[in-house]
Each structure stands twice: as C-alpha cells, then as structure tokens.
Design a protein around this ligand. Sequence first.
Ligand code: HEM
Length: 423
Amino acid sequence: MALAKELAQAIIDPKSYSQREIVDEAFRTIRANQPLDKAELDDMDPFWVVSRHADIKEIERQPDIFHNGDKSTFLSTKEASARVQMLTGGEPNLIRSLVSVDGKEHKDLRAIVFPHVTPKAIRPLEEAIRGIAREFVDHMLSFDGECDFATDVAFLYPLRVIMTVLGVPQEDEPFMLKLTQELFNNADPELNRRRAELSPDEMLKSLWETTMELENYFKAVTEKFRANPTDHINSLIANAKIDGEYLNHRQMMGYYIIAATAGHDTTSNTTAGAMWALAERPELLRQMQDNPERINAFVEESIRWEVPVKHFMRSAVADCEIGGQQIKAGDWLMLSYQSGCRDESVWADPFEFRIDRESNPQIAFGYGVHVCLGQHLARMEMRILWEELFKRIKSVELNGKCERTISNFVCGPKHVPIRFTAN
Ligand code: HEM
C-alpha cells in the first residue's frame, strides 16, 4: 500500500520544510512503518520514498542501476517536467550538471575538478580562508552585540570563500548570491526572483530566466579564462577538454552553475543552523573553547543536524530489490538525506545535537560516485570560521525567532537573530 497522502504531502511540500518538525515527524512515521514505499500524488509521477540510511547507501552504491540523468534529479511535477523537456529539447533537467549525468560523461566531468578539491589539494588554501574568516568575525563583532547571523555572516562567508576559489571578483558576489537564492528558493516569496508567491508556471519561468542570466554571465568567464588561464576552478572548467574537445555549451554552463551555487548555499545553511544550535545550548561554546579539537565534531554534527540538501532523485534502469521492495526499471526514487540523517538504527538519539558521538556517519554529503565534490572544502571553511569566532566571543544566545526557507531542495535557516558578548 502506498504512503498515506498526508505523509507524502508533508515530505514534498516546500512549506513543511520551513517548519522542520513537520518533516521530521512525517519521516519518523515513515521509517517506522513503511521505510521504503511509494508516494502517489495527483500531479507527480509516483516515486519511492527512500528513508533509511542503509537503503540510501545501497542505491548510491549502484550508479549503473540507479541513474541521475534519466528523469528529473529533484522533485518535479508532471507539468513542470514536461515544460523542462520542451525548453531543453528533450532533457529532463534544466541544467546539465554533474548531478544530472551518468557513466562516462559524469566520470570525465568530475575528473576535471576532483584532483583540486581533495584534502591535500585544498590544504594550501587554509591561510587565505582563515583571513576571510577573520574579516567576517570582525564584521559580526562590529554589530555591537546583536545581529542576524544568517544574513550578516552565514550567507556571506561561504560565498566569499567559494568565489575566491572559483576566481569570481568580489564585486560580483551580490549577483551570485541573488541568483543562487533564486535558483534554490523559488517557493519562498522572500528570496525568489519575483519576491512573490508564484504559480508552478511562474516558478518555472523564473528558473529559466535565472538560468539564462547565469549563462550570460559565464559566457564572459569562458572568454576571460581561455585568454588568460589561472588555477581557479572556473579556469579549469573553461579550459578543460574531454577526448580532445572543450566541454559543450550545456556541460560547461552546468559546471559553472553547480560549482557557483552548490558551493555556498549549502555551507551557509549549515553554518546558520550550527549557530542556531549553539545559541540554544550555552554549554557547547564553553566545551569547545576548552577543547578546540571538538570543533571538528561540532562541524560534523551540524552537517547531520541541518542536512541542507534535502533530497536527490534517482531512476532505476533495471528491476531489482532494495529494502525488501521490488523496484522496476523506470521507477523514480527520492533519496531523503534528512531522513537518512535521523535514522534511529544509526543514531540512538538522532533528535539530539551532540558533539560527543563516537561515530557520526552522516549522509548529508550523499554517497558513492556523486558524493559531494566540495565536502572537504565545506568542512574546512566551517572549522576555520568556528576556530576564529570562538576565540572572540564569551557568550551567545537567541535574540528572537529563527526562520527557515520555504523549499524542499537546498534550504535551511534564513534568519538567526542572536545576542552575543565579545571578549
Ligand atoms: C555542508 C555543505 C554541503 C553539503 C551538505 C553538500 C551536499 C551535497 C549532496 C547531498 C550532493 C549529492 C551527493 C549524491 O548524489 O550522492 C552534493 C553534490 C555536489 N556538491 Fe555539495 N554539499 C556541500 C557543499 C559543497 C561545496 C562547498 C561545493 C563546491 C565546492 C559543492 C559542490 C558539489 C558538487 C559539484 C556536487 C556534484 C557531485 C557529483 O554529482 O559528482 N558542495 N553535495
């Protein structure tokens, strides 16, 4: 029997994610009763909801059976999917990026940037990132005891870090922030392109316009870096060749767009969520000031806690069995990272924020061949920010109501008002 309509609705509705407890509660029921079952909703193709940590891993371990690129890589209505196909000439995703390709194409594309984002390769960036972190800590302290940590620090610091690594000039940062927020937060009237509640039709139109604006911007980037190559990631993308040919237009634009957008909103959401958790638990700050080596555990737990990427979709290309269910070729599956990170069979107390866990196999970066390309950079920049910030403050607490973005894809806290005392 398929999932009850209310449960299915709760886990796809962008508004539920703005009150996370609704989604957590729905998934708690799903994990307990129907951990891998179908959602059947009127305006969407049916899809399997994969809620358990082990099943998500099992699926991601088999990229030859579970494809990213055959259907939409994120939840999409039938109507939106049909329009995307019209706009792209038959492709299921508006943007052809690493997350929407498979097999050799994915392997070749990933190999362009992968060697430059390993832990060893990014180590030399540590001092430059520390400099950026110090600037943002100074910026926070300039607010004299009160700020909105999300908008004043968390949205801006990861943006500066990733733009520096990509080779985007500082004056273009507000433009990149705006377009990323439009891309990921289309359902949120505070952040989307029209600053209004949008119909599904208007949402798709806005997405298309944002994509075209990004493509226009990146056309000039290709010209610039082909004329003068550097070791920035955008230059690697502009100059990369596969089998002797430059990337085609869709591959290149998709690469620029994913590198520019996936690299900060995710980290911003996690950073804002970490501050929210910290401000609600006064003992944590003292614990980390006394034992700075615990900051790594704090970062890992905040990624598990916040899970900024809520889901990705896969589609099966062969019949198979997962979690006791018969999956058929052509079936569509929703991998819920939020649910995977709350799985009671992995964490005895998944709804507690703890930095003393013996192990924390969070799955918020995904798993397998598509596992987050920026995971080491994300961890490093968050660790450095906290190392710099914890030296400079004595206390922090909430100073009003936090708010979450309305989105079912990449999202998190958009307002985290805090009160703090500086050292
Ligand atoms: C806390 C921060 C972040 C989280 C939670 C996160 C999460 C994810 C997730 C869940 C995926 C899909 C994995 C899968 O399908 O198995 C992904 C893919 C990806 N992420 Fe991240 N991400 C973060 C930060 C970053 C950063 C900083 C960058 C940029 C440097 C980045 C670039 C990418 C790229 C390029 C992919 C596509 C990889 C592929 O399909 O091969 N991410 N990320």
